[in-house]
Design a protein around this ligand. Structure first.
Ligand code: OGA
Ligand code: NI
Length: 364
């Protein structure tokens, strides 16, 4: 999470969605009601044959050569065609997944006054509140968020790490270090799947930036009118998403212009390619647009970890992946600059990546 923006932001009154839900208004407040074109009525439940790919991590980390090879091919297809996959056998203890989910849920269930001790200041992305709100007339997501910078320590704001629940901080430390290891490993296999040396991203990224955002989506009496989370692609290199046990199905990804729901698999983690990897691979691996929808009766919790290069890193398509049939589509830029651009704009599909796009002149 990059430094806070310096410009003043006027966001107007932002209702806390859990409090709103408790008050049970007869109509949904206007600021949450989406324009017709944005409403989540277009989602089609597709057959399991089109469910997002599954990557069996144990075949990568300790499979025999045949298993390893076929799983690397699965990974290639997943990154090229879906930008999303679910990782099973990821070697993170189930008890740790359960503990992070518990502290996250317990935090959201605290009284509002307690949570507001850790406020997300307007225009910033750490603390409790709604991120990515920059104007008074912007539509709001049906979601409460709690976000923290985790690594390196210089991006932490210790005042925002909550005293309650008591085990929150230690659990987040343990969880984050395990998720970090998973990201390092996945990036190694992703490098191999591109025919590159396993350590190329590790070397390029320096001390990777890692942040967590916990999203709590209360039920909504009119799920047809609101969005849990606006369509966006992630600014990270990789995102690891844990979906709460028993949560409603809520995450949807845009594939061939259709919103495809991601059916949770028990104990699996959802991983997606972020904008950084799309740029590095010159668009071969896709940072796919996604959003979250709400449910009439059920709530939903998700815990997203964003893993990205350090802010000093210079990014751009890797020369090894370019040739005369695959011309460079993105310019070079500094990742800190991109992060700042990302967190100072509202979520709006893949628009943030325009920052790095260059026009290709095919006439020459
Ligand atoms: C995110 C995200 C999806 C979800 O936090 O960037 O895409 O299901 N979350 O909560
Ligand atoms: Ni996302």
């Amino acid at each position: 999470m990059a430094p806070a923006p310096i410009f003043p932001v006027k966001v107007g009154h932002i209702d806390d969605v859990q409090e709103l839900r408790k008050a049970k208004p007869t109509t949904i407040p206007e600021r949450f009601v989406r324009d017709l074109t944005e409403r989540p009525t277009m989602a089609t439940a597709l057959s399991s044959a089109t469910d997002i790919p599954i990557i069996n991590f144990s075949k990568l980390i300790k499979g025999n050569p045949d298993e390893f090879h076929s799983e690397i091919l699965n990974l290639t297809t997943a990154c090229e065609q879906w930008g999303f996959f679910q990782v099973i056998n990821h070697e993170i203890d189930l008890s740790l997944l359960e503990s992070i989910e518990k502290v996250a849920k317990d935090f959201f269930m605290l009284p509002l006054e307690e949570k507001q001790k850790y406020p997300m200041a307007p225009g910033t992305v750490q603390g409790y509140g709604q991120a990515f709100v920059f104007s008074e007339n912007q539509k709001l997501d049906w979601c409460n968020m709690f976000a923290l910078g985790v690594e390196p320590h210089c991006i932490r704001n210790p005042k925002l790490w909550p005293a309650e629940p008591a085990e929150f901080s230690q659990t987040l430390e343990n969880y984050s270090s395990r998720v970090r290891k998973l990201c390092e490993n996945l990036l190694k296999y992703i490098a191999m799947s591109l025919g590159l040396k396993g350590d190329v991203f590790e070397k390029m990224f320096g001390v990777a930036v890692q942040a967590v955002r916990m999203n709590y989506y209360p039920p909504c009496s009119r799920p047809d009118l609101v969005l849990g989370l606006s369509p966006h692609s992630d600014g990270s290199a990789l995102t690891v998403l844990q979906q709460g046990k028993g949560s409603s199905v809520g995450l949807q990804i845009l594939k061939n212009n259709t919103w495809v729901p991601v059916q949770p698999i028990a104990n699996a983690l959802v991983v997606n390619i972020g904008d950084t990897m799309e740029v590095l691979t010159n668009g071969r691996y896709k940072s796919v647009e996604h959003r979250a929808v709400t449910h009439r009766e059920k709530d939903r919790l998700s815990i997203a970890t964003f893993y990205a290069p350090d802010y000093e890193t210079e990014l751009g398509p890797m020369p090894e992946l370019l040739d005369e049939n695959n011309l460079c589509k993105y310019r070079r830029y500094n990742h800190g600059e991109y992060s700042k651009h990302y967190v100072t704009n509202k979520l709006q599909g893949k628009k943030t990546l325009d920052f790095a796009k260059i026009e290709i002149d095919y006439s020459t």
